[in-house]
Write a protein that binds this ligand. Structure first.
Ligand SMILES: [Cu+2]
Length: 241
């Protein structure tokens, strides 16, 4: 009896472990190669409520955030190909896009098709949230959010990388949302790092998108248990002759 119990226990442990080992993580880093432009201060004087919220100095544009060593923030990295139409559950928690000091936070984010996006207004001023999808299956929305309107919830019906968001009141406000039909995406942090977790074993095309730089792709192989590493280098397009 004792041995039988032990056997069952070991069997269960193997089953338990394999359940968690049937997927791998993809980790990587994105670097920018080239002269790093200076992000200019945004002139918010048109709306003193916006301006008043940047005590540490004026907000700056965010279209290319690279550190001295090239580490590039705000790159949207996602599985472009290889999932072969597999369906994935839509997370019940919302993705959040906030408006803070008349700047979208975060500047780049991702969401699954059908997943709720809570668009918040942390400012006591009027914003007008305007999505600009190009995919006809995604309906554009254009909604006023007066200072007292603190939250609206939206979603997208089809995959689209990327959907641009803008504010019709503050022309400098812009954000990008990557809409994908799976959970395998990430946005690089200030060190250019990203992690995509729990990818089923297989071969995939991974794509790195940046708002001003040409996209890059890589073919990766993910094993059932372990970590795959992939780095990208992004450059400006060559100047036209
Ligand atoms: Cu605004």
């Amino acid at each position: 009896m004792y041995f039988l119990n032990r056997f069952v226990l070991i069997f269960c442990l193997i089953l338990f472990k394999s359940n968690f080992a049937l997927a791998g993580d993809v980790k990587g880093n994105v670097k920018y190669e080239g002269g790093i432009p200076k992000m200019k201060p945004i002139k918010m004087a048109a709306d003193p409520i916006c301006d008043g919220q940047h005590a540490g100095g004026p907000a700056r544009s965010e279209w290319l955030l690279a550190k001295g060593d090239g580490s590039l923030k705000n790159v949207f990295v996602y599985v472009e190909d290889g999932l072969n139409g597999k369906k994935f559950e839509v997370p019940s928690e919302s993705v959040v896009l906030d408006q803070v000091g008349c700047v979208y936070v975060p500047h780049v984010s991702g969401v699954q098709v059908g997943q709720n996006i809570d668009i918040l207004n942390s400012d006591g001023t009027l914003h007008n949230v305007h999505s600009m999808p190009k995919n006809k299956n995604n309906k554009a929305f254009n909604e006023a959010m007066p200072g007292a309107r603190k939250k609206i919830t939206k979603k997208f019906d089809d995959a689209e990388v990327m959907v641009r968001m803008k504010c019709d009141v503050h022309p400098w406000m812009g954000a990008y949302i990557g809409v994908v039909n799976h959970p395998f995406y990430a946005v690089t942090d200030e060190n250019g790092n990203f992690t995509i977790e729990n990818l089923p074993p297989g071969e995939y095309t991974l794509k790195a998108w940046h708002e001003r730089l040409p996209s890059k792709t890589a073919t990766i192989k993910v094993d059932a248990d372990g970590e795959t590493s992939v780095d990208f280098i992004m450059k400006r397009p060559p100047k036209k002759e």
